[in-house]
Design a protein around this ligand. Structure first.
Ligand code: NAD
Length: 275
C-alpha cells in the first residue's frame, strides 16, 4: 500500500518539503507520497491523533507548531532539551518526535568552517530554528550569543545553554558584537518572502572574514546575503542546504534509507529559481 507522509503548519502553501521529498520517492522508486496539510495551533492535537489513526507514516512539523507539538508526542531526549520538534515518526504505533533542524544546520556549518569549537557565533532570533541551531553549536563548543527582539526570550534561551549569552537587537549593540564574531546566523523570519527587502544587519555592520548564514531559503538570496556580498564577505551560505540536510535526516528516520542529497537540493533550487 502507498505510504503517506506530509508536513503540517500554518501557513503551508510556501513549503518546498513536498517537492523535495516527492523527488526522492520517485528517484528511489518508493511507493510513497508527501503532502502539505494546513493545520492551525488549535487543531494540532486532533491532527496528530488523526494522522496516527489514518496510518500516515511520518510528518514534518513547521511554523508555528514546532514547540506546541511537544505536548502530543513522545519526544527524543535532544528534542525535549531543544524544546521544539520538526519530525514525527509513526512506525512504532505511537508518535515519536525528533528535531532535525539543528543537525541540518550543523552539517552546513561543518562544511563551511574548519572548526566549530571556540568560534564566536551570533544568532539572530530565539524561536524554533534558533533553539535548535544554538543547542548543537553550544554542544560543539562554540561561544554563542543570542540576539532577539524580546530580550527576555534571548536570555532564557541562553540560560539553557552551556556557554552562551544574550543581547538585544539595537543597531549599536549588534554592530559591536558582529565586529567580534566569526559567524552570523539569521534564524529569524526577517527577509522571508513576501518581505524580501527586510534585513536586521546591513553591509556596513559586517566584515569580510565573517561567515554569514541565513536560514531563510525563500528567496535563496535574501537581503542579508546581498548585504554580505556588498561588504565583501567571503563565506556566504543560503538556507537551502539546511532545508535539504534536515529533510534528509527526517527521511532516514522514516524510511531507514539514504536519500540522494543532490536530487533533494536540485528539486528545491529548481523551484526557487523559477520564482
Ligand atoms: P519562529 O516563529 O519560531 O521564530 C521566529 C523568530 O524571528 C523569533 O525569534 C522572532 O522574534 C523573530 N522575528 C520575527 N520577525 C522579526 C522582526 N521583524 N524583527 C526581529 N525579529 C523578528 O520561527 P522559526 O521556526 O524559528 O523559523 C524562522 C525562520 O527560519 C523562518 O523563515 C523559517 O522558514 C526558517 N527556517 C528554515 C529552515 C531551513 O531548513 N532552512 C529550518 C527552520 C526554519
Amino acid at each position: 500500500m502507498k505510504k503517506i507522509y506530509g508536513i503540517i503548519g500554518d501557513p503551508i502553501a510556501h513549503s518546498l518539503s513536498p517537492v523535495m521529498h516527492n523527488a526522492v520517492f520517485e528517484k528511489l522508486g518508493l511507493d510513497a507520497i508527501y503532502l502539505a496539510f494546513r493545520v492551525s495551533k488549535d487543531e494540532l492535537g486532533d491532527a496528530i491523533r488523526g494522522a496516527k489513526s489514518l496510518g500516515i507514516s511520518g510528518l514534518s512539523v513547521t511554523i508555528p507548531l514546532k514547540e506546541k507539538a511537544l505536548s502530543f508526542v513522545d519526544a527524543e531526549e535532544v528534542a525535549k532539551k531543544i524544546g521544539a520538534i520538526n519530525t514525527i515518526d509513526f512506525s512504532s504505533g505511537t508518535p515519536v518526535a525528533y528535531n532535525t533542524d539543528g543537525i541540518g544546520s550543523l552539517r552546513v556549518l561543518k562544511e563551511t568552517v574548519s572548526e566549530i569549537k571556540g568560534k564566536k557565533v551570533l544568532i539572530l532570533g530565539a524561536g524554533g530554528a534558533a533553539k535548535a541551531i544554538s543547542f548543537y553549536l553550544d554542544a560543539e563548543g562554540a561561544r554563542v550569543t543570542i540576539a532577539n527582539r524580546t530580550k527576555e526570550r534571548a536570555a532564557l534561551l541562553a540560560s539553557n545553554l552551556r556557554n552562551a549569552n544574550s543581547i538585544g537587537l539595537d543597531t549599536d549593540t549588534l554592530t559591536k558584537r558582529i565586529e567580534d564574531s566569526d559567524i552570523l546566523i539569521n534564524a529569524t523570519s526577517v527577509g522571508m518572502h513576501p518581505h524580501e527587502d527586510a534585513t536586521l544587519v546591513n553591509a556596513d555592520m559586517m566584515h569580510p572574514d565573517l561567515v554569514v548564514f541565513d536560514v531563510v531559503y525563500n528567496p535563496m538570496e535574501t537581503k542579508l546575503l546581498k548585504e554580505a556580498k556588498r561588504a565583501g564577505v567571503k563565506k556566504i551560505v543560503d538556507g537551502v542546504k539546511m532545508l535539504v540536510y534536515q529533510g534528509a535526516a527526517s527521511f532516514r528516520i522514516w524510511t531507514k534509507e539514504e536519500p540522494p542529497i543532490d536530487v533533494m537540493e536540485k528539486a528545491v533550487r529548481d523551484v526557487l529559481i523559477q520564482d
